[in-house]
Structures are given as C-alpha cells and as structure tokens.
Design a protein around this ligand. Structure first.
Ligand SMILES: *Cc1c(COP(=O)(O)O)cnc(C)c1O
Length: 428
C-alpha cells in the first residue's frame, strides 16, 4: 500500500513520534461496533473512538441527518447569521443539562470549549472589577484538553506541564480524592481542596473539575460527596464552578451527565466528544443566567465588557449541529439507561477475574467504562497486536488498559472485549 508509506513519513498522529512512530492500523470502513481494516480484518471498537461513537458507526439516522443538512447548507459563518440546527441543538442541550444552564456557546472541539469556559470565568470577574480573581483551582489526575489554558489545569505530572513550564499559567492543584463512592466517603478526601480554596479564594476565578470520572488523566472515579462539598465551598468562597462533562456526558456514566449523580449544578459546563455521536467535531460551553449577566455587567473602565470575546470560524457548524440533534434524539429514543446499567454489570462480572492476576493493581468499572490498572506501564505495540488478534481495538496508555464501548454493544460483543482484556493481562 503506497499511501501508507507516504502517510507514515508525513502525517503526525496523537502524542506520537514522527520519526519513529508506532504502527497505525489503516481503517477502510466502520459499521455497528466494528472497525474494518484495509486488509479485511475487523475488530470491535472498545474505545468508541475516544468516548465519541456512542451509537456505533454507519448509523442510518445520523447518516440521514448529515445528508439532509448537506443539501441545505454545510456551513455558513455564525457572525451575524444564524440557523435552525444551532437553535434546535441549544434547545436540546438546555433541556437535558442541569436546570440552571441557560446559554450555549458552540465551539469546534472540547479543548476550545474549555478555553471558552475559562474565558467566561475570567470575563465574569473582570466585568465586576475583580481583576485579581484570575487563577484556577483543580485536582490532580485531571485532563481538560491540549490547548494552553486547558493544559494549565491538566495533571501537573502526567500532563504536559514539564514541556511548557514558564509558559503555562500557574494554577492551583488539590489532592485527588481517594474514595470511589459515597459508602467509602472520608472527610480527609476534601481536606486538601478545602485548604487551598480557603487560602486562595481571593485570587480564584473558578474551580474546574471532571465530575465523578477523571478520564485521560488517570481513569479514576471519585465520590459524588466530593462534588457536593466542592459546590458548597465554591458558593461559600465566591468562586465559579466549571464542570468538564466532555468525556462523561451523554449517558457514559449511567446518568445523562455525571454531575447528576451528585445532584449539583455547575456555573459553567463543557460538553463535546459524544455530542455528535462521533460524527463530527463539535463542543459547547453552557453557562447560567448569573454568569451571563456577570459577563455583561460593565463596572466602567473596561472597554470590552459586555461581549464574550470568542468566535471560532466554524462556530455552530450546521452539519455538526444537525448530526448532534439527531444523535441526541436517537439516544433519548433508546433504552440507554438500561443499556449502560447492563454494560456496567457485565464489565464488573467479567473483569473481576483480572483482580487476582499478578500484573494487575486494580479493576474498576462505572457505567460503560471498565478500567484495569496494571502495576507496570504497558507495552502498547505488543498488547495492541494481541488484542487485534482477538478481534478487539483498545488503546491503552501508561498503566491503564480500559474500555468505553459504544452504548449499543451487544453482550456477546462485550464478552469478546473483556475476554481479550483478561487474556492480555494474563500474558503480561
Ligand atoms: C477529550 C477531552 C477534552 C478535550 O477535547 P478535544 O475535543 O480533544 O479537544 C477535554 N476535557 C475532557 C474531560 C476530555 O475527555
């Protein structure tokens, strides 16, 4: 295959060496939960293309939404123009999101929606004349994206801080809570967070967290009680709360949004990834009426007060909005709660055997997420080759071998994924 050799020499891949890349498997098409390689082999996608493809691939309803929208218009600028798909999507997002969310900013990727969330928080305090409130507080092991503002709140060790120290904004980090559910709640889990917000609230614009599940920063779960206490502390100390639901949104953890498990509402919320069912890149930043009002308050002196200073070229792309509308409608018309509960149960039962294995440090499952934490970092190339031989696509990182399959995966298909994971762990 000629093009493959060209691609290998000239095209970057995520977090990869250009000069000495690990293999990239050529995919010819995808259908249902399967990816079909150019050589005819087909594998179950246990990653949902990084949390996105909740309905699987080649979904008739989503294909139709794209086709229909293409024949009307694929794109128009959003500055001074608007369209039905954007309004329809905003309406759905606001009806699903916590009830205090009132306004939607459409961004073109998750990282950009995090930048917008940070900007909203900074402009909120600036418009009120509180220029000193410009820093962010988060917890360790987080991941919020690869752009500079987002990177500044990623885990300072596993993230990319060491590459950009001196360039990144210096944010504050509290310890990651240890508990995994409310039964195991220990007041100590909030101690580090509490002491930081107490000491620094005068300079804090916002707290930013992934609710309940921390994704790419370590695949950790924490207790809803932690979030409830964070909400209280943010109110008490006058700090905004940004919840990054980019990975957790749209049913992945068993509720539509993970913050529902804590029964709290954020001030600003980011969604992305599964928003379009994995068809196109789209994200959104939602905010409360109070945050919106604050941004528009003019304390005098500030020239730009009153407008949110952001506007991507492809803002609210109609194709992406139309497919997102179709994806949400499809999700809501499916028995997604029952599907996610069944996936969770099956993951717990079938990954349990791994606990006893020498190479395994921990096994944890929540919703349609199954994580095996190993004692040593995995040999990605080797383990992927074994998994593909067993008909399964996963992309482990660090010491983590994990799956977040499409929510439509059937029990027999999921069994192949868990069996492949167990077998791979056994052979380490
Ligand atoms: C993936 C992810 C992002 C970044 O989204 P991109 O679309 O890759 O820019 C931000 N936050 C969380 C929690 C994510 O999982």
């Amino acid at each position: 295959m000629n093009w493959l050799e060209f691609e290998r020499r000239h095209v970057w891949h995520p977090y990869a060496s250009m000069l000495n890349p690990i293999p990239a498997y050529p995919v010819a098409r995808a259908d249902g939960v399967f990816l079909e390689f150019e050589d005819g082999r087909s594998v179950i996608d246990g990653m949902s293309s990084w949390w996105c493809a909740i309905h699987g691939y080649n979904v008739p309803e989503l294909n139709a939404a794209i086709t229909e929208q293409t024949s009307k218009m694929s794109h128009v600028m959003f500055g001074g123009l608007t369209h039905r798909p954007a309004s329809d999507l905003a309406e759905r997002l606001l009806s699903l999101a916590p009830s205090n969310m009132q306004h939607v900013f459409f961004a073109d990727s998750g990282s950009v929606s995090v930048e917008v969330a940070i900007k909203m928080a900074l402009q909120f305090w600036q418009a009120g004349g509180r220029y000193e409130k410009h820093r962010l507080l988060t917890i360790r092991s987080g991941y919020h994206g690869d752009t500079f503002g987002a990177m500044s709140v990623c885990d300072p060790e596993s993230g990319m801080h060491h590459l950009f120290s001196g360039v990144l904004a210096q944010q504050l980090f509290a310890d990651t809570p240890g508990a995994r559910n409310d039964d195991e709640w220990d007041e100590e889990d909030i101690a580090s967070f509490k002491s930081r917000i107490k000491t620094h609230h005068h300079e804090l614009a916002a707290v930013i967290l992934e609710p309940i599940v921390q994704g790419a920063g370590g695949m950790r779960f924490y207790a809803p009680e932690f979030l409830r206490q964070v909400r209280k502390l943010c109110d008490e100390y006058d700090v905004l709360l940004i919840l990054d639901e980019i990975a957790t949104g749209f049913g992945r953890t068993g509720t539509m949004f993970a913050c529902e498990q804590a029964g709290i509402e954020p001030d600003i919320m980011c969604v992305g990834k599964a928003l379009t069912g994995g068809y196109m890149s789209l994200a959104a930043t939602l905010c409360s009426a109070a945050v919106c009002r604050g941004i528009h308050a003019d304390s005098g002196g500030n020239q730009d007060a009153g407008v949110l200073m952001h506007g991507p070229t492809f803002m609210a792309n109609p194709l992406a909005c139309a497919v997102a509308v179709a994806s949400i409608d499809l999700l809501l018309s499916s028995p997604w709660q029952a599907s996610v509960a069944a996936i969770e149960h099956q993951l717990k039962v079938e990954l349990d055997v791994c606990r006893q294995m020498d190479a395994v440090a921990d096994v944890r499952c929540m919703g349609a997420i199954g994580v095996i934490e190993l004692k040593q970092p995995v040999d990605v190339v080797n383990i992927q080759r074994q998994l593909i031989d067993m008909g399964v696509w996963l992309r482990p990182f660090g010491r983590l071998l994990y799956t977040m399959p499409p929510l439509v995966i059937r029990p027999d298909q999921l069994r192949r994924v868990t069996a492949a994971m167990a077998s791979a762990c056994e052979h380490i």
